[in-house]
Design a protein around this ligand. Sequence first.
Ligand code: NI
Length: 138
Amino acid sequence: MSELVRISMSLENSLMQAFDEYVRLERYPSRSEAIKSLMRQCLAEQAWERNQLVAGSVTLVYDHHRQGVMKRLTDIQHDFGSVIVSTQHVHLDHHHCLEIVVVKGKAARIREMVTIFKTVKGVKQNSLVMTAIGKDLV
Ligand code: NI
């Protein structure tokens, strides 16, 4: 853990009150923890915008009875094997499957895969969670 620094800042009282309510509702233990968490999220998003080495997950929900959907999703994942760490498949109910694709690699390549997932008919949900890789988690 690196050395701690203290900062002070000036802001409108109304903004502080609204933020304190956010901290309470999100159940952060303190303002500092909330601000650190939000700063890390901003840095991760910037790493994605700058096409750096990043990590994350893609959650897909689809109806596996739909013609060709499973084959198409598997073909895409084979094409993007260089950025896929693992895939977990869960049978949600009689019709629906949920897949969590854990990714690590250049942001643009991962975004390309997510965009291609969107072209597959039968995919009902396609959500990307963007995180930083370990060395950037300051
Ligand atoms: Ni399934």
